[in-house]
Design a protein around this ligand. Structure first.
Ligand SMILES: [Zn+2]
Length: 750
């Protein structure tokens, strides 16, 4: 297709654009997509329409059944069989270079777990999830009993203490009540508020506890929330939230190869030196097994906000109830398998868009991760079909099925470490889908530079409610913010979640490789996470009975991948990035009172607090980066609107723009956690997002020397990226100015 543009029209567009932001283009009637020339946008729209018509709810359901038929925990024969199944499917679908990569990693499997109360009465915990009417899969003999990944082995008989959520402040309160947990067993709840169970284990280990029991209180995911399985989506009496307690917030992946890949012959550190291996025993419990223990406990009555949903008074314990815990683990080296396949780009095969989902599940993995795996399989079928028919993306799409995500983000981390150098030169972005759907509420995450393209893509998709996905997303976000009593109104600028913590396979790509990442999920009431009840029955009755959100996920994932693969100029918005960084810095100053109060807020007669850290130079650098980003946005808008773009020039600009994310890496990492190299994005030990991690943690510790160093690292990175973006802008302007003379020669890239 050719859409040659008369010169006068180009100029009039240029003039219009000079007066308006590039977003103005969106209001034009002809299709407009960030990063595309008008003719390329028209072709892209046609392609996307073809693509979106392929994924079907029936196929999603069929694939979902394949993956949820049997338990498939990391390292199991079934999970490895599914790896071969995926590889076979991908080859049939026309994907290229399909390969199963093996990593020999320190795995974790239970031999036996045992818990009994020995005083004041005897109770032996069943540690099993009982079948419910209507769900034949729950009778499967290979459903595991209760166990925690990476638990230590051992045996202890000791008093039991109720430590609420198991966060450090909870032990503070116990101490104030005169309760010491040293050598004792602690019983904690999963989430009040949520924190990663590995952080609970580390906290208990630091407090000197002999073992930690983590149970699901009905107040959090059970009958206090609503109807339970089989009558509703919430967790029933016997549901057990399995999960690993690996200290992967220190360093994810194989604990014995921190920072390099567990390929054959790789150096391995001794187990004793591995910082991510817990030394404490851990066991998850259903409330069915926790209730008899809680009911017998003595000691002071627990505070009001420690009381849970069971019809008993919760006590702090520490004396009367004694429990006997015995855990035997087989924690040893075993193979994990990552499946990799690609659709090679027709024009830019060495530019990669990476897409991934983990395959391993605690049991059947109805939501986590098999909803995502089904969506991935429908995505590859659809894109494979187009490729077979001769419609290839311009850039290469790389698809990955990760293993051992549940154990320590293991497969993706090893793969990312193995190909870090290649990814740093070739990768445009990584798009992660872990749980595709547990309901209808969309959550979209993106590094701030890709937030605008994510929001834009949702406008072209139809939500099962009949609205566009964009409208549905905006409505649910507005509702959520109202419920959370947030006053900030939902706008296109703040719709996407740009605060990215850890807890899934994007971690290595963002924090170690320095790639921009996106994360997609549909959410809803979901009380059976990591339990056997998270299965095919649950999905067909509660999560997504019509498989319409699975289908929508395949469509959205594909549209984003195709846009990144086909764009003339990659749709990075660095002005938006700068704006986000400014917000992070301002929040840090405000929340941590880095500057003290501004003069206007200081009452007369009150001394102005001292300012241990001056962030003005950082804010100045952010202003410069924002200005550079705006200029590049405008130049890119002009170049694209002109309809023609020299492919070599576009490649120069794109490869330069890809380096911006890499420049946020500090090779030394953040203080204390050298593996985590990104200076804007990090995660707390709880997995919660942590912006400006090195700087923020230093400020929180009031370690002003480190804080000043971290602020300077941030300022330097901002200046480097400002220079890079300014140079790109100069190149683009110089070349496009020279190009207009013979513009009629070509209509650009196809
Ligand atoms: Zn998952």
């Amino acid at each position: 297709m050719s859409m040659r543009r008369p010169m006068s029209l180009s100029i009039s567009i240029l003039l219009t654009l000079a007066l308006h932001s590039p977003k103005f283009i969106q209001s034009q009637t002809q299709p407009s997509i960030l990063g595309f020339t008008p003719p390329a946008a028209a072709r892209e729209t046609e392609l996307e329409n073809k693509f979106k018509a392929i994924p079907s709810p029936d196929e999603e359901r069929r694939q979902h059944r394949v993956f949820t038929e049997e338990p498939h925990v990391a390292g199991s024969a079934r999970n490895n069989e599914l790896a071969r199944y995926i590889a076979d499917q991908w080859r049939n679908e026309g994907l290229e270079d399909v390969i199963i990569r093996r990593y020999d990693v320190y795995g974790s499997n239970p031999k036996s777990t045992f818990l009994e109360m020995v005083a004041p009465v005897h109770y032996r915990a069943g540690l099993r999830e009982l079948p419910v009417p209507g769900d034949p899969d729950m009778k499967n003999k290979s459903i595991s009993s209760a166990w925690s990944g990476m638990s230590a082995s051992g045996e202890v008989t000791a008093p039991l203490v109720y430590a609420h959520s198991g966060n450090p402040e909870d032990y503070e309160l116990l101490r104030k009540q005169g309760i010491d947990v040293k050598g004792k067993v602690v019983l904690v709840r999963y989430s009040n508020p949520y924190s990663y169970r590995g952080f609970k284990a580390l906290t208990a280990e630091r407090e000197g506890a002999a073992a930690i029991l983590i149970y699901s209180d009905p107040a959090e995911d059970g009958y206090k929330k609503g109807k339970v399985v089989p009558n509703g989506p919430w967790g029933p009496e016997y549901h057990i939230q399995r999960g690993a307690i690996t200290y992967d917030f220190m360093v994810p992946g194989d604990p014995l190869t921190p920072g390099w890949a567990s390929v054959p012959g790789a150096k391995r550190i001794p187990v004793e030196q591995a910082v991510s291996i817990p030394k404490i025993m851990a066991l998850p419990l259903s409330w069915h097994d926790a209730k008899p223990l809680l009911a017998q406990m003595d000691g002071p009555v627990a505070p009001d906000d420690w009381q849970g949903g069971l019809p008993i008074k919760y006590h702090l314990g520490g004396n009367r109830v004694r429990v006997h815990v015995k855990i035997e683990m087989d924690n040893s080296t075993q193979p994990y398998y990552v499946v990799e396949g690609r659709i090679r780009g027709a024009q830019l095969p060495d530019d990669w868009i990476v897409l991934g989902n983990h395959r391993d599940a605690w049991v059947f993995g109805g939501v986590d991760p098999s909803s995502g795996t089904a969506s991935l399989m429908e995505l590859t079928r659809a894109l494979g079909k187009l490729a077979k028919a001769g419609t290839r993306p311009r850039r290469t799409l790389v698809f990955c099925s990760w293993d051992g995500e549940e154990v320590g983000l293991t497969g993706s981390t090893e793969w990312g470490e193995q190909f870090a150098d290649e990814l740093r030169s070739k990768a445009v972005a990584y798009i992660n889908v872990d749980e595709a759907t547990s309901g209808p509420i969309f959550h979209g995450q993106a590094v701030a530079s890709l937030a605008p393209m994510l929001v834009e893509a949702t406008r072209t998709l139809r939500d099962p409610s009949g609205k566009t996905l964009y409208e549905a997303w905006k409505e649910s976000s507005t509702r959520e913010r109202r419920e959370a009593k947030q006053t900030e109104e939902v706008t296109d600028t703040n719709l996407a979640d740009t605060r990215i913590g850890s807890g899934s396979d994007h971690t290595v790509f963002l924090n170690f490789v320095g790639m921009p990442v996106l994360g997609l999920q549909f959410d809803g009431p979901y009380g059976v996470y990591h339990s056997a009840y998270d299965d095919f029955f649950w999905m067909n009755h509660f999560g997504d009975p019509g498989y319409r959100y699975h289908t929508l996920m395949s469509q959205l994932w594909g549209v984003l991948a195709l846009r990144l693969a086909n764009a003339n100029l990659l749709p990075f918005d660095f002005a938006s990035y700068a704006n986000n960084i400014r917000q992070f810095v301002n929040e840090l100053s405000k929340e941590k009172n880095v500057w003290g109060q501004p003069p206007s807020a200081v009452q007369p007669g009150e001394a102005r607090p001292s300012s241990p850290l001056d962030l003005t130079p950082v804010l100045d650098a952010i202003d410069q980066f924002e200005a550079a980003g705006k200029r590049l946005d405008e130049s890119a808008g002009h170049a694209l609107a002109a309809g023609a773009l020299d492919p070599k020039l576009a490649a120069t600009i794109n490869h330069g723009a890809m380096q911006v994310e890499r420049n946020w890496l500090n090779p030394d990492g953040i203080p204390g956690r050298p593996w985590f190299k990104h200076i804007l994005y990090g995660a707390r030990f709880t997995y919660a997002h942590l912006e400006l991690p090195g700087l923020t943690e230093a400020v929180e510790k009031q370690d002003w020397t480190t804080a000043k160093q971290q602020a300077e690292i941030l300022r330097q990175a901002l200046l480097n990226n400002t220079k890079l973006v300014n140079d790109l802008n100069d190149t683009l302007n110089r070349k496009t100015a020279g190009q207009t003379a013979f513009q009629s020669r070509s209509d650009g890239i196809h």
